[in-house]
Design a protein around this ligand. Structure first.
Ligand SMILES: [Zn+2]
Length: 99
């Protein structure tokens, strides 16, 4: 899946896809779905998931400062609380939109 256009509009991230579709992602939903190891947990070789307890996030955590496309397959989001280790693959975002 490729993204033709990504725009930060108010409290949403809008993505226009190469297949013609378009999705609007509320920033809070994106932050809570952050795929980085710190947020979503790490899986060991036995398949056990180690997840941090859900943290209480400050309002700044849901403010999007900027975003950077990554290698044509993903977008990296930079949040108001300094968190930026989540690389959101477009395939992941497509699944998120359908969830
Ligand atoms: Zn994260």
């Amino acid at each position: 899946m490729r993204a033709l256009d990504i725009q930060h509009i108010g409290s949403e991230l809008a993505i226009r896809w190469a297949d013609g579709g378009e999705n609007f992602f509320p920033l809070e939903k994106l932050r809570r779905a952050c795929p980085c190891a710190g947020c979503s947990g790490e899986v060991d070789i036995l398949g056990n998931v180690y997840k941090n307890p859900d943290k209480v996030l400050a309002p700044a955590a849901f403010e999007l400062r900027r975003f950077v496309p990554v290698g044509g397959y993903a977008v990296q989001l930079f949040w108001g609380d300094g968190h930026n280790s989540g690389i959101f693959a477009f395939d992941y975002l497509k699944r998120l939109a359908a969830a």
